[in-house]
Design a protein around this ligand. Structure first.
Ligand code: NAP
Length: 274
């Protein structure tokens, strides 16, 4: 299967890197990328064909992956309905563009409907992501399997049945890495206030987070049960957790995630306004 990536930045680099590791042929992938520096890097590292703008050869593929910034999408898609009109026929189009809805992409592609939307997250850049996926009804089982295979190259995947749920995916796993960084940063700062130097505080914070996350991943117990197992009555952990509770930390995290979902909906409305 031949794949063309439109946009040759971070996400395309991660996807091609993941696919190459899985043995996918470089000859079957090409990239449309205006920046010469990025083209040289992609060809140098992965051996893929790159071109500066959409051409007929780049549309000779079975799958198009849209990996440009939302504000670049309309201009990037314009050649497909102008000078190369008619060359988009059977290709599966997979968008990883944050926030942009399939109805808007479809409208910009002259009503084309064989579309999948995906929301990866930042750890995809190191192959440890989780991506939400949604397919239009016009995409068959084979198309869904192929889209899933591409996103699996950079981590886990999860299908949703209603595109509106993508705002919730964005609020949890899309924006989530920043919440985690926020927590680790606060833990590191606490360690420094308690007398450790920056490097030691960083190590204590990150190893605690990674260790606890791995333990949670491997355990059958709920997160609440795990938490109770490290919390002795009258002990140090209980003192901290009681303080979190009285400050309403859990409720604040939930309000934050709701704010992210609402912002995702609003951005989707704005992006589709044209
Ligand atoms: N990186 C992440 O962690 C992440 C996570 C989830 C979702 N996403 C989404 O994935 C998409 C890509 O993100 P990214 O981090 O890979 O962005 P990026 O590094 O900025 O890559 C986008 C690339 O597309 C190029 N481009 C601009 N106009 C183009 C056109 N008309 N035709 C072809 N290529 C064009 C850009 O070139 P210039 O630099 O010259 O503009 C840039 O090199 C975004 O919508 C983003 O929201 C990213």
């Amino acid at each position: 299967m031949k794949i063309t990536f439109i946009g040759g930045g971070n996400m395309t680099t991660a996807l091609i890197g993941g696919l190459r590791k899985q043995g996918y042929s470089a000859a079957a992938m090409q990239v449309v990328e205006p920046l010469e520096e990025n083209r040289e890097k992609l060809t140098g590292v992965f051996g893929v064909r790159c071109c500066a703008a959409v051409d007929a050869a780049s549309l000779n593929c079975e799958m198009l992956v849209l990996a440009i910034k939302p504000q670049q999408a309309r201009a990037a898609l314009a050649p497909l309905t102008n000078q190369f009109k008619g060359l988009l026929q059977e290709q599966l189009v997979v968008s990883v563009i944050a926030g942009l809805r399939l109805t808007d992409i479809s409208r910009w592609l002259g009503g084309y409907r064989k579309l999948v939307r995906s929301m990866p997250n930042m750890p995809a850049l190191i192959g440890a992501g989780i991506s939400g996926l949604y397919a239009n009804p016009e995409v068959d089982h084979e198309g869904r399997d192929t889209a899933e295979k591409i996103l699996k190259a950079v981590g886990h995947t999860l299908w949703i049945t209603d595109e509106a749920q993508m705002d919730a995916v964005t609020a949890i796993s899309g924006s989530g890495p920043a919440y985690v960084f926020y927590f680790i940063e606060a833990l590191q700062q606490s360690a420094q206030v308690l007398g450790f130097d920056e490097a030691t505080a960083r190590k204590l914070a990150i190893e605690t987070f990674v260790g606890a996350a791995r333990m949670a991943e491997q355990s059958q117990e709920s997160f609440s049960e795990l938490r109770h197992r490290v919390t002795s009555k009258g002990g140090t952990t209980e003192a901290a957790l009681n303080s979190f509770e009285s400050d309403g930390v859990a409720a604040a995290i939930m309000r934050g995630a709701h704010a992210a979902a609402a912002r995702g909906r609003a951005l989707g409305d704005e992006m589709g306004r044209d």
